[in-house]
Structures are given as C-alpha cells and as structure tokens.
Write a protein that binds this ligand. Structure first.
Ligand SMILES: [Zn+2]
Length: 253
C-alpha cells in the first residue's frame, strides 16, 4: 500500500479507514520517540463531526497498534467495534468528555512522559524558557490531580471544564494532554510540550539562573509560532509518515 501521505492513495480510502491509519501511525511514532508508558496513556481520533472515536484496546503496546486493531467507541464509552481484554474506563472518560464539550476537536493525546509528569508536579507549571514553550504561553490549561478518572459526571466534566477552549493541558501530578482538529495538530502540540518540559527539567536541574524573556516578547512569539504553520503539524507529520513507511509500514494493517 502506498503511504497515506500520498494524495492519490488517500483518495482511494474511506474517511474512516484514513482516520484509523493516521491514528495507528501516531501510536507507532510516539513509541519510536519513547513517549509511551507500557499499556497506559492513550491517543484517540474521531471522524470530524461524528459522535464516535477510535482508541487502542487496553493491553497493547503503542508499537503493536495497527489500523484494524483500534476500537470504535461512542462518546459514552460504549464499544461499537473491536474487542479489548479489560474495559478501560479512564480512557473513555477522558476522551469522551472532551469530545462532547469540544465538537471542533478530532484528536486527543494523553501522555505520561517523565518530563511531562515532572513539570506537572512543579508548582511553577510550564515556564517560558524555550521556543518550544512559547507555543503554550498563556495558552496552557491546568487540571488538579483527582485520582483515576473513572466518573463521567464529576471528573470528566471537570477535566473538560478545566481545558476550556485551549488545546493543551497539564494534568497535575499525572501528565499532559493535547488536542487538535487533526491527528497531526494534536501530535505537534504533544511533541512541543514534551520538548518544552524536557528543556525546563534540564535547565532547572543545572542550578544556573534561567532567563525568562519579557512578557510582550513571549506573547509575540506565541502568535508568531502559530501563524507560521497554517495547517499546524502537517509538514512534520508527512515527514514522519514517510519515515514510518521506510521502517515498518504494518501500522496500516
Ligand atoms: Zn493518565
């Protein structure tokens, strides 16, 4: 099969199949970047405008995910297609609650990287120390830790409420969450947030006094980095899919 980055190949696929392939690619790419956490954390994608989304079955490693192994789930967490060995309620509460509240969002990434969890435990939150972090300047939500997210009514709605209209959130003492209108947008926010957290951990652990640019410059940088990418993430995503196709195209199975 030709890469889904090829427009002629993409035209031959149904919208649903294309979303499955894109999401499976995201799991594989994050595994290669070592941004996974055994069988915990989850990425999801929905067909834009629909009330169902795709997510991996609890128990797979990110590196094992294929397009056909993904579950199709309703916003209430009912499994419509596919099977899993253990019902993953926390995943469905997190993803379903945000999709319900944000109809324009079609992809959500939730991660537990060490750098992301470390910054989530810092009282100062994410500091504007690097160009990676300027993507999130005055654009990052915070959610206080509240044990495992098992309750749609209280925890799910609180999570979606705290995210508001933003596209990235630090889950205190837990990890990170990013979202976007596309898989590639959610991916690039996840990548930049990870890089920003890594830089902050390294810079603060050096013991050196850090430089924080003036607020007006940080705000200008936040605008500029977003204006620079009209379809946020598409260029890098295409490059990563080409790399994935060279290494192991079985994600499309
Ligand atoms: Zn989590």
């Amino acid at each position: 099969m030709k890469s889904v980055f090829s427009r002629s190949a993409a035209k031959e696929l149904s919208n649903e199949r294309l979303i499955r392939i894109q999401l499976a690619a995201a799991y594989r790419i994050l595994a290669q970047m070592k941004m996974d956490d055994l069988t915990y954390t989850h990425l999801s994608a929905r067909i834009p405008g629909s009330d169902t989304y795709f997510i991996y079955p609890f128990g797979l490693l990110f590196e094992e995910v294929t397009a056909s192994s993904l579950l199709k789930v309703s916003l209430e967490g009912e499994i419509l297609e596919g099977k899993e060995s253990q019902y993953n309620r926390t995943g469905y509460v997190i993803h379903g609650s945000i999709y319900k509240k944000r109809p324009e969002i079609s992809s959500i990434f939730h991660l537990h990287t060490i750098a992301g969890v470390a910054v989530s435990a810092m009282e100062c939150g994410l500091l504007p120390l690097s160009q990676f972090s300027f993507h999130f300047y005055n654009r990052l939500a915070y959610h206080s830790y509240d044990s495992l997210t098992l309750d749609y009514q209280r925890q799910g709605s609180n999570l979606a409420e705290d995210l508001g209209q933003k596209k990235a959130m630090i889950l205190r003492n837990h990890g990170t969450l990013t979202c976007g209108k596309t898989v590639h947008e959610a991916f690039l926010y996840a990548y930049f947030l990870e890089q920003a957290c890594k830089v902050q951990c390294k810079a603060l652990s050096s013991g050196q006094k850090v430089i924080v640019p003036p607020k007006v410059i940080c705000e200008q940088a936040a605008k500029d980095v977003h204006d620079f990418e009209p379809d946020f993430g598409i260029r890098d995503w295409g490059a990563l899919l080409r790399k994935l196709d060279r290494i192991d195209p079985t994600y499309m199975d």
